[in-house]
Design a protein around this ligand. Structure first.
Ligand code: HEC
Length: 125
């Protein structure tokens, strides 16, 4: 009985290593994306999970095509760093956020060069 309780505690502890993610997902800190292609970064940073592998959008997040008609590279970097702040200043984004069940996460710690590569690629979609 006692060993079963210990086993349960170990399982809970293991599960809890993945919790406390907050706004910033765990993968961003364990995956080294130095020199990675934008396509690899897009998947490794979980963008694909929400926005779809073909940037086509899905129930969880909008499509990421035609972004260049309303975003510059610097604006997109600022958005990825702190989506909530940009949303607060942009009615269109605030409205868009209401259409989706989950929030766009912040990427405050992701390497600048990786984000620039990713954003450049996205603006060409
Ligand atoms: C957990 C799901 C999720 C993940 C992961 C995610 N997003 Fe989002 N994203 C959203 C949602 C939902 C929105 C809609 C706005 C909102 O709710 O904040 C959004 C909005 C956006 C927008 C604005 C689209 C527009 O039409 O102006 C861009 C650009 C974007 N995401 C890029 C990315 C990139 C790049 C990544 C990966 C680095 C990423 N997202 C990761 C859910 C996600």
């Amino acid at each position: 009985m006692k060993s079963a309780a210990i086993a349960a505690a170990v399982v809970l502890l293991a599960l809890c290593l993945g919790c406390g993610k907050g706004e910033d997902s765990f993968e961003q800190h364990v995956v080294d994306l130095t020199g990675a292609s934008p396509e690899v970064a897009y998947v490794a940073l979980n963008c694909a999970k929400c926005h779809g592998v073909e940037v086509e959008g899905q129930r969880t997040a909008p499509k990421l095509t035609g972004l260049s008609s309303r975003w510059t590279e610097d604006q997109l970097i600022a958005y990825l760093r702190d989506p909530k702040a940009v949303q607060a200043a942009t009615p269109r984004l605030a409205y868009m956020a209401e259409q989706f069940p989950i929030e766009m996460p912040a990427y405050p710690h992701t390497d600048e060069a990786v984000l620039r590569g990713l954003v450049g690629w996205l603006l060409a979609q």
